[in-house]
Design a protein around this ligand. Sequence first.
Ligand code: VG1
Ligand code: CO
Length: 544
Amino acid sequence: MQIQTVKTTPFIGQKPGTSGLRKSVQTFQQPHYLENFVQSIFDTVQTYQGSTLVLGGDGRYYNSNAIQTILKMAAANGFGKVLVGRNGILSTPAASVIIRKYKAFGGIILSASHNPGGKDGDFGIKYNSGNGGPASEKLTEQMYSNTKSIEWYKIISAPDIDLNNIGTFQLGDLTVEIIDSINDYAELMQHLFDFEKIKALFKSGEFRICYDAMHAVTGVYAQRILEELLQANHNMVINSIPLEDFGGGHPDPNLTYAHDLVEIMFHLNAPDFGAASDGDGDRNMILGKNFFVTPSDSLAILAANAHLVKGYKMGLKGVARSMPTSGAVDRVAEFLGIDCFETPTGWKFFGNLLDANKITLCGEESFGTGSDHIREKDGLWAVLFWLNILAVRKQSVETIVREHWAKFGRNVYSRHDYENINSENANQLVEELRKQFPQLVGKKFENYEIAFADDFSYLDPIDQSLSKNQGLRIGFTDGSRLIFRLSGTGTAGATLRIYLESFEPDVSKHHLDAQVALKPLLEIAEQLAHIKYFTGMEKPTVIT
Ligand code: VG1
Ligand code: CO
């Protein structure tokens, strides 16, 4: 095995964001760009000699090229074995399953998740640790620091490996095993959920589902699990073939981008249940017949009904949500008498709580829900969880949500995104808002009075690490909240996210459209932050 030590120089800006390093494909295609980052990962995690790495991605453009490069670098750097998903495909949750099941040292997942793909789209790379979860902030900071001083990387010269066939190959001293991308994941799902009950639900002929894979990675998982194993109605997976450019779409499962599904579900003859997932399969959107379930409500409903589901009937240890996620799950936790933790945005912050057995379920408002079965959010898992509840309760999605609101009250919620705005203006908006904070407490706006205004920081209760500047929060005396955050997953300009939440205990007002109910809060947001002025936009690009 001929190991080459290739001289290189640092690239500016190889800083992992909310979920790994994401850049345009063109940026990744520059000579040494990918290699520099991969070597920086290896130099950060260090003690992997002879051990196993898991490798795969969401199938977007550049996936296979990157896999071939990483395999040759893993061989040169002394890994013992790499498990690769067939055709280079592994959804993010499947990668987490495989890392845990085979006790791998860690894994590299190639994905820019919900960002568009293709030659002119985005590419991304993230590292997951041996627990199957995203690298901690401490590790990502070390990776970034390494990228700034890198002088060389190691690679072997060898022909490419055939990724299309299951089997074992040798790359120098490294064993490369091409594995089925779905088996281990499907097996775990069968262990957690009552497949017989769900199968019976479909068999009754009275229940139809539509699943939008958005031409992304979950197409193959949904076909195997929903169509083959659960025998759901025929042709229920739409946009099922994974494409390198996601068919030109934006693989983000929300009401704006999953328009094919939305059209089907908001139609006279709509199926009973609709769902979609994102580029790498870790997000989910849940719809009923003519009905949208917000991700925050979905998390709360899963928590409140977990005792009906095979793998969770022992009860929940605790729950967690990201700070901008609505407090709906907090009310369920209080009812159940369990802990509820509030973490910064990004799945990496749930890892310690899960590893320490403090929580069973966790989720984010951004269509991410998950549990202690792995260390990533999991799109298809959430769909199966809902199906299991529906199979037991035999009620419609809408009835289940409305009954939940009647019992716990409704946390009316929405997020407004202003995408691709000028970065300087976005930072200025945040700065100007922050400057007002010392004067805000007690300030009144008609029925609303500000109770607190702060910049969210999180002290991890397990390892005591402190994460600062995780979003600006303005809380009102009636429990309503306004949150401002800049996205950490974009690749061009800045994206401003404004999260709006109010609480409505009165059932007679539960039918109100969230945008109508939240209008007064939105007006306060504009008054405080001058959103139109700084973004140069009259309205958001995406509302979820
Ligand atoms: C977004 C979401 C966040 C999620 C992250 C990764 O981050 O808001 O909740 O964890 O994407 O999801 P940001 O920084 O853009 O707000 V995924 O499915 O894109 O890996
Ligand atoms: Co994702």
